[in-house]
Design a protein around this ligand. Structure first.
Ligand SMILES: [Cu+2]
Length: 156
């Protein structure tokens, strides 16, 4: 019953906006289809209780990546990256050997101690986007940084 109201609202909006949540890349399919995934750069970032390392991640517009996010701390952390996740088209998020989720739109990734999540995406919108842990006090305690998407070099 409670499911039907949002579903009906979605169906009503379907012809106008294809029901894409606010701010995400409207049609990720061409980005994901045209990306050369075999050339995707693997970028690693580590989370601890007090830091994101490296603190600034740099990507380039139009390029595919696999971002390996590893929690080296002793507590669960939730990497909140709403603006960044809206500036990329996510192909999938997977916990190698455990589970994978395809083509989702989300705003944060919770990672248990010792675990790694691989996030495969194409960088779409140049800009600098904040990364932080949404657990109380963690961001202020140092667990924060940024993801930058640099504009693709222009041809002659
Ligand atoms: Cu945290």
């Amino acid at each position: 019953m409670s499911l039907w109201k949002p579903l009906a609202a979605c169906l009503v909006l379907l012809s106008v906006s294809a029901c894409i949540p606010e701010g995400y890349v409207k049609d990720p399919a061409p980005w994901l289809a045209e990306a050369r995934w075999e050339e995707a750069a693997r970028v690693q970032v580590e989370i601890t209780e007090t830091a994101l390392a490296p603190q600034v991640l740099t990507f380039q517009e139009d390029r595919p990546y696999v971002l390996e996010i590893t929690n080296r701390g002793t507590r669960t952390h939730e990497l909140a990256a709403e603006q960044f996740l809206k500036a990329v088209t996510t192909r999938d998020a997977r916990v190698p050997g455990v589970a994978g989720f395809t083509a989702l739109r989300f705003t944060a990734i919770e990672i248990a101690p010792g675990q790694t999540v691989d996030l495969a995406f194409v960088a779409v919108r140049p800009g600098t986007y904040p990364l932080t842990c949404s657990a109380p006090g963690h961001g202020a305690g140092g667990l924060s940084g940024a993801a930058r998407i640099l504009p693709a070099p222009k041809g002659p």
